[in-house]
Write a new protein. Structure first.
Length: 132
């Protein structure tokens, strides 16, 4: 597994995701509990929150849809955040990993390692042997 250095742009991406979650957090009715920010290769950043319900949608799906709807097609880095996780960063679920590898097989993902240190890895490292 290849680890990439967390830089100031990555730290800013985490702050953007946290800000999006904090400004939309609602634990009573809609349960927006995860925020996501994605940085495109051109430097544009998009953010979103999950939509909960009987067929809820993860924040990564929502944010990817926002970026694609804005015309983006090349993605650099993504992060998901949750207020109760170490460093407030949460790894993408299996469905999100599959979506990410299909839409952007070279994207990097910020997450916690086994010692709860922030790291950045390629999506292919999180979903080895994926069918593309």
């Amino acid at each position: 597994m290849t680890f990439y250095e967390i830089d100031k742009e990555d730290e800013e991406l985490i702050k953007i995701a946290l800000s999006k979650l904090e400004s939309n957090f609602d634990d009573k009715k809609y349960n927006y509990t995860v925020g996501t920010a994605i940085r495109c290769k051109n430097g544009n950043v998009y953010s979103g929150v999950n939509c909960d319900g009987i067929h809820g949608s993860c924040a990564e799906y929502i944010t990817m849809g926002i970026a694609i709807s804005a015309g983006e097609r090349e993605f650099d880095t993504i992060v998901a955040v949750h207020k109760d996780f170490p460093n407030k960063v949460i790894a993408p679920c299996g469905n999100c990993r599959q979506m990410l590898i299909e839409y952007c097989p070279d994207i990097k993902v910020i997450l916690n390692d086994y010692e709860n240190k922030l790291v950045k890895v390629g999506i292919k490292d999180l979903l080895p042997f994926a069918c593309l």
